[in-house]
Design a protein around this ligand. Structure first.
Ligand code: MN
Length: 497
């Protein structure tokens, strides 16, 4: 590994920030004049504080906070967060204190650094620690979401330099990444970070399968790549002839997101058969407007026959984490199967950068105001109430990391639930009293029983009886969310008293 030069790395950081500013990206564009001076001061301060310290890789320590700040800049975060990234290890690892940081850089930056320090050197040691770490993460996130974004950047660099650590440490850090960090990044819809975290951790947690995947992918690619280049040109011409402007058309090879490919391969109906993976290479189309997305889809389908059941309209029905795109899989003339992903630039940024794409950090100060993070607020409330760690982990597994579905109220409001949720879960997520008075449900205008498993896109209407006093105790076993279960228990206890 080449030893990096700190000053060069800092210059690179300044350049990235400059590019964000020139592109008019909100987080940096809204920075005040003095913010960049503050960043330079922070670099000098951190260099001084970490002076003489060396990482296990042999690099000067300052390279690590620099890499963390660089990643935050690439994630398009605000200067306050980037500056905190430079300082994130100062109180923990040097003679300088949080007080010193506050004095020199003000309360906002100090608070972020404090958040990181509180998360501490998270160590994955068995289930107890796992639960504790998760609790800490969620509390830190609800306090200021930027703390966790810094933690992601910190972890990414640690993973990149993991080779120099002993194998047991490698495994522990990588496993924790797959179990805690990546699912949270996914839930925050930061697809780019989620993919990077997973791919870096993959080889340490599943070394044999990692070898298998990286061994089979390249040949598969080469075959497909050639025919796809032709298809790409055909599509480009056809769209042009139909007056649809293309901002970008690119091959999305699966050199990235290997871990998610791996998880797909393990699904029972795929059973490690690579020929059943249709998006090994996808063609991504970025067009100016939503209307163009549908226009492009129509043109593609007039050129190539679509595979039934593989047309997904995530524009009309976004994924619960906000992901929007049109997906379709088609048969090409020479029998290839190709996936297309069609989206606008805005949708693309949302998919890659998630909450960071449109977050106005200056205004919100990292506070969660976005409606799509309601789950996080709920979870923080829950974690206070659930003292037992096993039960807490169950909650998280069920309510956060499980695959999600989205269903609609009759008015069209979206309710985000875990898979296999029932109308009772739905009712309690809308309102406690709707749950308590629930006697039946209509899904897409059909009467269903209360144990019915909801599917994404269902329109759910709850039938209530206003004279009903309390929920049916049997429901405890029918619901899938701990929120509904908790509310049923609460109603029953109240009735007893
Ligand atoms: Mn660090």
């Amino acid at each position: 590994m080449a030893i990096l030069n700190p000053q060069q790395e800092f210059d690179r950081l300044l350049k990235t920030i400059e590019q964000c500013r020139n592109a008019g990206l909100p987080a940096v564009a809204s920075a005040k004049a003095g913010d960049l001076d503050m960043l330079k001061l922070a670099y000098d301060f951190a260099s001084e504080a970490h002076k003489g310290q060396v990482r296990a890789s042999g690099e000067p320590y300052i390279i690590h906070p620099l890499a963390t700040a660089q990643k935050l800049a690439e994630m398009r975060l605000d200067l306050t967060t980037i500056t905190a990234g430079l300082l994130h290890d100062v109180p923990e690892d040097t003679a300088f204190t949080l007080e010193d940081i506050k004095k020199n850089f003000g309360p906002e930056i100090a608070k972020l650094v404090e958040g990181i320090t509180k998360l501490g050197k998270l160590k994955y040691r068995g289930m107890e620690r796992y639960a504790e770490n998760l609790r800490k993460m969620f509390v830190a996130m609800s306090d200021d979401i930027r703390v966790v974004l810094i933690k992601f950047a910190d972890r990414l660099h640690n993973l990149k330099t993991l080779d120099v650590l002993p194998p047991d440490k490698q495994f522990r850090i990588a496993k924790e990444t797959l179990e805690i960090y990546a699912p949270i990044a996914d839930r925050l819809a930061i697809g780019q970070i989620k993919g990077e975290l997973e791919d870096l951790a993959f080889k340490y947690v599943y070394p044999v399968d990692y070898k298998w995947i990286t061994g089979i992918i390249p040949q598969e690619y080469k075959v497909k790549e050639r025919s796809l280049k032709e298809i790409k040109e055909k599509v480009r011409k056809q769209l042009h002839d139909n007056n649809i402007q293309i901002d970008e058309i690119s091959l999305q090879g699966r050199t990235k997101h290997l871990y998610s490919l791996y998880k797909k391969l393990l699904r029972p109906h795929i059973n490690r058969d690579l020929s059943k993976i249709y998006d090994l290479i996808a063609l991504r189309l970025i067009v100016p407007t939503m209307t163009d997305c549908y226009g492009a889809l129509g043109i593609l389908h007039s050129m190539y026959r679509p595979m039934p059941g593989r047309i997904k309209d995530y524009i009309a029905n976004p994924k619960p984490n906000g992901y929007q795109s049109l997906h379709t899989t088609v048969f090409t003339d020479d029998g290839e199967i190709v996936e297309f992903q069609i989206r606008t630039r805005e949708m693309h940024d949302q998919a890659e950068f998630g909450i960071a794409a449109h977050w106005n950090f200056k205004e919100n100060g990292g506070k969660i105001t976005a409606g799509n993070l309601k789950w996080l607020k709920e979870l923080v409330e829950w974690q206070k109430q659930i003292k037992d760690n096993d039960q807490f982990l169950q909650t998280v597994k069920l309510d956060v990391f499980q695959n999600r579905i989205f269903v609609f109220t009759p008015k069209g409001d979206v309710i985000d639930l875990p898979e296999e949720a029932t109308p009772i879960d739905f009712a309690y997520h809308v309102h406690s009293s709707l749950g308590d008075k629930c006697v039946g449900a209509r899904v897409n205008d059909q009467l269903v029983n209360l144990g019915y498993q909801l599917k994404s896109g269902d329109i759910v209407e709850i039938i209530t009886d206003k004279n009903r006093k309390m929920p049916n105790p049997d429901w405890i076993d029918m619901v899938k969310t701990s929120m509904a279960r908790g509310k049923i228990r609460a109603a029953m206890n109240k009735q007893k008293k």
